[in-house]
Design a protein around this ligand. Sequence first.
Ligand SMILES: [Zn+2]
Length: 105
Amino acid sequence: MEPSPNTESSDILKPNSSDVGWEYAELINATNLRQVRCKLCRKELNGGINRLKYHVAGIKGNVKACPNSTPLDKERCKRALDELKKTKKEKKTTHSGGERGCRYC
Ligand SMILES: [Zn+2]
């Protein structure tokens, strides 16, 4: 009898993303990217990878801070969130300069 080496256990579900948040998160449900679990404290979050980054970074707001993240983890997640903010801002300023009367600004 040969034991089958292919058990579907070790692969952690992960979307195709280079987001640093996925180093700290795993998907609970492959079809729902908003359901993630923190690898550091096993807490389940229902707000997606950005919510998880707030959790690991310990930024107060919608989510409880992770009790197990190190200062380095916090720093990395904070930086990723800063980048996110920056790109959002850039998008907004792109059109407010040229087009007048945009109803969104
Ligand atoms: Zn955590």
